[in-house]
Design a protein around this ligand. Structure first.
Ligand SMILES: [Zn+2]
Length: 235
């Protein structure tokens, strides 16, 4: 992230960012700017330099497998740094929907031990409504839809958010995160198929575990999670 953006992110909230995004789209037609660094491109989602970054950093990726809760396997793709982190920030705080497609393209190829039957439904971590109003973009939904397209699987919302006042997880400790999200999600339908849960970043895995719990409440027997990046606790 450039010094200018650090300054801007510190100074203004997500609503201002979304407004700036709309203004920018009105001035430059969609696709005229790189969705990571904001430079003018030839209608490509990424400028040559960011494309190169993504490719170069792609070579050092490794799938990281964890079990944040009993019976929940969570696959995390890249460390939460560099171009991947920039793209996630653009998607979440800059209302840059095109970044979802670029991030989703990173999930292929899947690790050898991971495959999905065609009846698997892709879903996402439902965002609190208050946060959606602030950001004007549901990054989880966009990411899940893009991943579902990559994997040729159906995608729909399976969870609703019970407690819309849940605090952001970012500043909380592990135990704080657990308490904050207790009972936060509930299933929207009877679930009799395998579920693939998508999120942007995995830190402690608490959010994923809570979602998996709710999916099981709905009847899901098999839940797998994929996050684009994995962050160390506290990042
Ligand atoms: Zn760029």
């Amino acid at each position: 992230m450039s010094a200018f953006e650090t300054w801007l992110f510190g100074k203004f909230g997500p609503a201002e960012h979304a407004a700036a995004g709309w203004l920018r789209d009105a001035v430059w037609p969609e696709g005229a700017l790189c969705c990571a660094c904001g430079r003018i491109t030839d209608g490509e989602t990424l400028c040559p330099s960011c494309r190169l970054d993504l490719r170069a950093q792609g070579y050092v990726f490794s799938w990281d497998r964890a079990e944040p809760a009993p019976g929940l396997t969570a696959w995390g793709l890249r460390p939460h740094t560099g171009i991947h982190r920039t793209l996630i920030h653009r998607l979440k705080y800059g209302a840059e929907a095109r970044a979802a497609r670029e991030l989703a393209s990173l999930v292929l190829p899947l690790p050898e031990t991971l495959s999905f039957s065609p009846d698997t439904v892709v879903t996402w971590v439902t965002m609190p409504e208050s946060r959606y109003r602030n950001r004007a973009i549901d990054h989880g939904r966009l990411l899940a839809q893009a991943v579902a397209r990559q994997l040729s699987l159906p995608c729909r919302q399976l969870l609703s958010r019970r407690n819309n006042r849940a605090r952001s997880q970012v500043t909380l400790s592990m135990s704080g995160r657990r308490a904050n999200l207790k009972g936060a999600f509930e299933p929207l339908e009877k679930i009799s198929f395998p579920v693939l849960l998508i999120d942007d970043v995995r830190t402690t895995g608490t959010t994923l575990a809570r979602c998996a719990e709710a999916l099981r409440e709905g009847g899901a027997e098999q839940v797998t999670a994929i996050t684009v990046t994995r962050a160390r606790d506290g990042k």
